[in-house]
Write a protein that binds this ligand. Sequence first.
Ligand code: AMP
Ligand code: DBH
Length: 559
Amino acid sequence: MLELTDPVLPGFTPWPADLAQRYRDQNLWAGATFGEVLATRAAAAPDRLAIVDTANSWTYAELHHRARSLATGLARLGITRGERVLVQLPNRAEFVEVVFALFELGALPVFCLPAHRAAELVPIAGAAAATAIITCGTHQRFDYAELAATVRAEVPTLRHVLLVLDEGQEPHEGARDIDEFRDEPADLPPTDAGDVAFLQLSGGSTGIPKLIARTHDDYLYSVRRSAEICELDSDTVYLATLPVAHNFPMSSPGILGALWAGGTVALTPDPTPATAFPLIERFGVTITGLVPPLARLWTERAEAGPTPDLSSLRVLQVGGARCQDELARRIGPALGVTLQQVFGMAEGLVCYTRLDDPIEVVVSTQGRPMSEFDEIAVVDDHGVEVAPGAQGNLITQGPYTIRGYYDNPEADARSFTATGWYRTGDIVSVRPDGNLVVAGRAGDWVNRGGEKVSAEELEALLLEHPGVRDAVIVGTPDPVLGQRICAFVQPADPAQRPTLAAVRKFVRERGVAAWKMPDKVVVVDEFPATGVGKTSRKELRRALADSAQGQSSAQHAVR
Ligand code: AMP
Ligand code: DBH
């Protein structure tokens, strides 16, 4: 058992002492844990509705009791403070209960997405040295229990697989039904607001996954400030539409913001208008957040004709990828909402347009930092600040932006400056009014509608295909997703040209998340020389991306 005075977690990079002191003095880090927030809410308004989904509705007292009961059961199983537990659950009430149970215990949820497969989960579990996985049975025709068994077989530290099961589902061999661990709540050892609360994942991680350790103090500050900016209160009904483990629906202001404000969290099992619109009417949802492709789908659906009654919805947030101004203009009128653009990252910094901003700001910028304590700078490739208003690399430090990845010095050397500022990898400009406009990413990432795919990771996968001599991944413009994944493939045997279907099948069989599947394959005999002598893959990607502009000319241009 860790003592409260022990280092929070080996592998965690703390803030410099002077900054930490300042954040505490300013009461940004207010010294409360998420468990304490829930306890306070449950004491103040036990009968208020905390959680609702299509199967459950729990008051604050019920949620608090369930979380403490499960925490006690998990302690009996031997899960202790500081241990890491993979949580892979769809948007359902139990997600919130499981996460708060782990918070109560001081164990750290590692937030996995339902789309993750063994290729992602094995390295994540390994890097986190996780001791347990909490997941579900079959959901949307995919067997998560079987996936967990596969991961467990490959990661020696994993001792337990616990399943949230539906009526009639049985645990697989070697797994346990989580209902076995609902004990009479007992007192648990205290946790500390300075402790790491969970590990979040950086989008598009490759190789050793980049794990993001966030403390109760720093994350709760971002949640409180987000709730203020989004004007949440006890009448708020926040709908978790995006996968709830993602940083955006979790904290910007997300489910944690809604609970902090004493409001209600509603969850939808899928984000389509057909499912989500009736739930907005049924639960009286007031705010939700979407990625741009979903915002387009919702807008088009509303423009097309009558919908269920969406009049309770006041704020629609859009973030995760750049929202085109054209779409941004249509959202408000179509859905009868105030649009809010959100530009954020699991590493920390989150920017919002404010609810009373002029429409021009809301439709054409990605907002400004949420905190006056966020420090941002826009620098060139040598780290020198660019002229005001010019585009450059966004770097930042602040009270809720990490100082390093979890136990990953190599990634830190790339992603943090010598003084510990985070290099976001985003190219932005700052307008005179302080609002940021995101122009794109500096690195070799494809942002496919908010899902980030590392070119390097996908190229490495394609190279395992015996028919592929070399492969280069680039993002090509797409009117709906923002970018699509285009794979330029040089065949091992020019007479045997890999097809899109064959490449996709191969990638799927590698057990990677579906969003990483190439949308297009262009077979080339040669890659263009990039003019830098030794081929730089960065240059090559840039040359191919340029040549792929304008789909019809792509094949021609690269041959
Ligand atoms: P992640 O690493 O998954 O937390 O993704 C964070 C990244 O998503 C940011 O660094 C941006 O590249 C991108 N992103 C998030 N929100 C926006 C937005 N509103 N506009 C443009 N890019 C965004
Ligand atoms: O894309 C993101 O990671 C993101 C977007 C909006 C995020 O982490 C956030 C808000 O907090």
